[in-house]
Ligand binder design. Sequence first.
Ligand code: FPP
Length: 254
Amino acid sequence: MGRSGKLPQHIAIIMDGNGRWARERGLPRVEGHRRGIESIREVVRAARELGIRYLTLYAFSKENWGRPKREVNFLMSLLSAYLDSELKELEENDIRFNVIGRVGDLPPGIRKKIERNISQTRNHKALVLTLALSYSSRVEIVDAVRQLCRRVQLGELRAEDITEGEFSKALYTSGIPDPDLLIRASGELRVSNFLLWQISYTELYVSEKYWPDFRKADLIDAVEEFQKRERRFGKTEPEESGVKRLSLTSGALR
Ligand code: FPP
C-alpha cells in the first residue's frame, strides 16, 4: 500500500470456498473449515495491524443449518474451540468481540462462551470483531420490523418517525457503521443474504481465492483496490466522510 489512500473503517467478509478447497485436495469438506479458521486468525490480526476499526465475518448463515448434521456439528465444535482459543488474542490486542444473528439458535454451551467473550472484551477499543452466526439478513430485517411495530403498538414511536436512521438502529448491527468494503472469497458473484440493508453504498470486492487460501496479502489487495475507487454515495462530489487517510508502505505491511 504505497499510496496515500482512504482506509476502510469497516470491512465485511463472506468467507466461502472451504468445501471446494478441500475437494480439490481430495480432503473431506471439514478440513477446509479447519483451515478456514487459520485464515480468520490471520485476517483478524492483519485488520488490527492495518488500523481497520470494524471487521464483520459471515461465519454461519441461517441456511447453513440445512447442511448434513455431521458438518453442522463439526462447524459448531470448531466455533466452540475458536471462542476459547482466541479470547487471549482478543484481550492482548484490544479487540472487542461481538456477534450478530439469531444467537438463540446456537447450542447453550456456545452461547455461554459468546457471552463470556463479549463481556470480557467489552471495553476494548482498537477493533470490533463481529461474527455473523445463524445470520440471515432478511430475518434481521424482519426482526427489525417486528421490533419497530411493537414500539409503535406501545406508543413509544410514531410510524411517521421511522426513518432510515431509526430502522438502522433496530438492526443487529446497531451502533456499527455500514461496511465500506465487502469482500467475497472464492470468486462467486453473490451477496448471499448478508447485510443487505447495510451494504447499500458498500464497495464490493471479489477474490478468486478460496477462503482457506485467503491471507494477509489478499486483505491488503482488497484494501488497495478500495483505495483506488472513489465513493460518491450517489452524489457528484467526492465523499467527505470521516474515513481516515493513511499513507502505508507495502514492505512494512506484508
Ligand atoms: C463455507 O465454505 C464457509 C462457511 C460455512 C463459513 C465460514 C466458516 C469457516 C471459515 C470455518 C468455521 C468458522 C467458524 C467461526 C464456525 P463452503 O463450505 O460453503 O465452501 P463451498 O462453497 O466450496 O462448498
